[in-house]
Ligand binder design. Structure first.
Ligand code: MN
Length: 446
């Protein structure tokens, strides 16, 4: 993938007036992809967000030519997978033509495009692609150290961390889009006292994790590992990701094989996928490794990736409790961190993922792991903010939290800013934690 082009020009303006507001997430320089239902009984279709509008792209498919028309045709499908598989050449052509259609000086084709717009606010957004596989990494050394200190005070960072981009395989079917409530899971909870037996009950230590999701476009073949320098060819785009976590279930189950039921009940993603192309102006140097750290092994090492392989996405987490909603209080920001602080780059994660011959499929979702940074303002989970539940967090309205309570809404947002470029955003990934259901199979007698 190449350098920023005309579509990234900060001077570009759209005839969709809301897209020109300086604080808007979806200016003409962004053009993120999603999917929606035109009516509750209609099949989903793909869309692009522009300002406060959604563009029903398949309705204007005949306006695209050459390579871009293949992308436009693929967007008539109920999800992005077919379009994502096409690769960056086609995506760049589509982006250039779509940008031209939406630019302020477009006259002839504007009425046709205008007829395919609908207000975002009234749109029913759905999961933007069929999630084929879900892998979650652990790429923030700040998070790994903070969390490790709580679970293992004597050895916060395990010896493999600086060599292996650590991950676990999650459940693709746990992924849902923003807005869908998350039900508090049941699980085995083990009291801290030595010798105490576990009990089976709703989790008492519910948490969120602020993450960046990587969405795989072009697939790879089994047995063909990716080099870091080629990995970006397979990245379609990025979303916000909340890896909901039941810390008590996780703490009891995670050794020796890693997270399982403490994570597999729910993962929320934002409805809009910001493309790798839209993010080109925000690529930056990977975080510096400490002088005493080992070099990555050769198959994970690439000087060009180190120089420009990080993506500077500012991520924020906020909470709004039921009480805060009743009182009309706004969401309270809990953290702000930056994906550029990750210890492992996107390319290193994908190179590692495929290094044993494992294939990547179109529609694979790869989480970065909790994005935390240095300092108390950059902690991407309650586990870290409350020091494992030891310290309460004060909220506006007089409430406190150590972990999430029923009715709490967790809202993730993300945006990119760089001198000389238009700010772009990710929208939001929000969900309310719903109370545990009575345990057992659903009553089929009704
Ligand atoms: Mn995670």
């Amino acid at each position: 993938m190449s350098a920023p082009d005309r579509t990234h020009d900060p001077a570009l303006r759209s005839w969709v007036a809301s897209a020109n507001r300086p604080d808007h997430d979806f200016p003409i320089q962004n053009l993120p992809f999603g999917a929606f239902r035109a009516a509750s009984d209609a099949a989903p279709r793909c869309a692009v967000a522009i300002g406060d509008q959604l563009l029903d792209v398949s309705r204007i498919a005949d306006l695209f030519t050459a390579e871009a028309s293949a992308v436009a045709a693929a967007l008539a499908a109920p999800g992005l997978n077919r379009a994502m598989a096409l690769g960056h050449g086609a995506h760049a052509a589509f982006r250039a033509q779509l940008s031209a259609l939406l630019q302020e000086d477009e006259r002839a084709r504007r009425p046709a495009v205008e007829a395919a717009l609908r207000p975002l606010q009234s749109a029913q957004l759905v999961l933007p692609f069929e999630v084929r596989g879900y892998t979650d990494f652990f790429a923030s050394i700040h998070h790994a150290s903070n969390a490790g200190r709580l679970f293992r005070p004597d050895q916060p960072l395990l010896p493999n961390y600086r060599y292996v981009p650590v991950a676990y395989n999650g459940r693709a079917n746990s992924v849902r889009t923003s807005g869908e409530p998350v039900v508090r899971p049941h699980g085995q909870l083990k009291p801290a006292e030595a010798g105490a037996a576990p009990r089976f009950a709703p989790s008492q230590r519910m948490d969120y994790e602020v993450e960046l999701g990587i969405v795989v476009g072009r697939p790879t073949a089994a047995g063909e590992p990716l080099r870091p320098g080629d990995a970006w060819d397979h990245v379609f785009g990025f979303c916000l990701l909340n890896d909901w976590s039941a810390r008590d279930i996780q703490a009891w189950e995670y050794q020796p094989l890693g997270p399982f039921l403490g994570k597999s009940f729910a993962t929320s993603i934002s409805p809009w996928i910001v493309t790798a192309q839209a993010l080109l102006p925000f690529r930056t140097a990977a975080a510096a490794r400490a002088p005493q750290d080992p070099e990555p092994l050769p198959h994970l090492r690439d000087p060009r990736d180190h120089a420009r392989g990080a993506v500077a996405v500012q991520l924020e987490a906020a909470i709004r409790t039921a009480h805060m909603r009743q009182r009309g209080l706004p969401a309270h920001r809990l953290s702000r961190s930056n994906a550029a602080d990750l210890y492992w780059t996107v390319a290193q994660m994908l190179a590692h993922h495929t290094s044993n011959g494992c294939a990547l499929d179109t529609g694979d979702l790869v989480g970065s792991g909790t994005v935390s940074g240095a300092g108390d303002g950059a902690l991407g989970s309650l586990l870290e903010l409350s020091r494992g539940g030891a310290a309460a967090i004060d909220l506006p309205g007089g409430e406190q939290r150590r972990f999430l309570e029923d009715g709490d809404e967790v809202r993730l947002t993300g945006f990119c800013e760089a001198p000389g470029h238009r700010r772009i955003g990710f929208g939001e990934c929000a969900a309310v934690l719903a109370p545990a259901r009575p345990y057992g199979p659903a009553d089929s007698g009704e």
